[in-house]
Write a protein that binds this ligand. Structure first.
Ligand code: ADE
Length: 231
């Protein structure tokens, strides 16, 4: 089974995938539509999870249990945390962590899940390698490997950006990746998160997000299509 699950949180993030997909059959599970077909010759299941960690987690579990995907690629936009990342640049996840987990009052480090061995979920080395190679084909776009932080918050504050970089070592921040990673980790399903920067998570983030999400979302899905060609 070579079927790959492709998830985006918003319409813009899966638009190009649906456009390029052949013979899509649709099926609704828990109010979400799953599109089964082929993309660049690879069998895929595409879905729009909706925004946030719970939505990301549910789609991931459905893709694994009902659609039996062998791996999952998340595609979409993020706020840049690394100072060298510009709007439109791409991040390939090396690992993901939920930045909004906080049981520090009980002595647990921020971003860690109490009583659980793993809170930082590593992406699949092979998928990272394929994504990096696919990234070399994109001209005029910076593609870097990095740590993806996720939380149920839209970040628009440079103080928070500094905190997320210094405390958790994040390179970009979004709202689903680490939830997808967490679910994949529990079942040993290989995953990678691809994110293009729509903003810098600072005071201009809301304006930038509105202006650049379409461009960034498309860039991320172009990389995903390139990855499928590598396989
Ligand atoms: N997705 C895109 N930009 C974001 C931000 N600044 N915070 C959270 N998720 C995002």
């Amino acid at each position: 089974n070579r079927r790959v699950g492709l998830i985006g949180a918003m319409d813009e993030e899966i638009a190009l995938l649906l456009e390029k997909m052949d013979q899509a059959v649709t099926q609704k599970v828990y109010q979400t539509t799953y599109y089964t077909g082929t993309l660049n010759g690879t069998p895929v299941v595409v879905c729009k999870s909706g925004v946030g960690k719970v939505n990301g987690a549910i789609c991931t579990q459905v893709l694994i249990e009902r659609f039996h995907v062998e791996s999952i690629i998340f595609t979409g936009v993020a706020g840049a945390l690394h100072p060298d990342l510009d709007i439109g640049d791409l991040v390939i996840s090396t690992e993901c962590q939920q930045h909004d987990l906080d049981a520090s009052a009980l002595g647990f480090p921020k971003g860690t899940i109490p009583f659980q061995e793993t809170s930082v979920f590593p992406a699949d080395p092979k998928l990272i390698e394929w994504a990096a190679r696919a990234g070399e084909k994109l001209e005029g776009v910076q593609v870097r490997l990095g740590k993806v932080l996720s939380g149920d918050q839209f970040i628009s504050d440079s103080g928070k950006v500094t905190e997320l970089r210094e405390q958790l070592g994040g390179d970009c921040v979004e709202m689903e990746g680490a939830a997808v990673a967490h679910v994949c980790h529990l079942s040993g399903t290989p995953f990678v998160v691809i994110r293009s920067m729509s903003d810098r998570a600072d005071h201009s983030a809301d304006v930038n997000f509105t202006e650049f999400t379409k461009l960034a979302a498309e860039r991320s899905s172009v990389l995903v299509c390139e990855i499928l060609e590598q396989r």
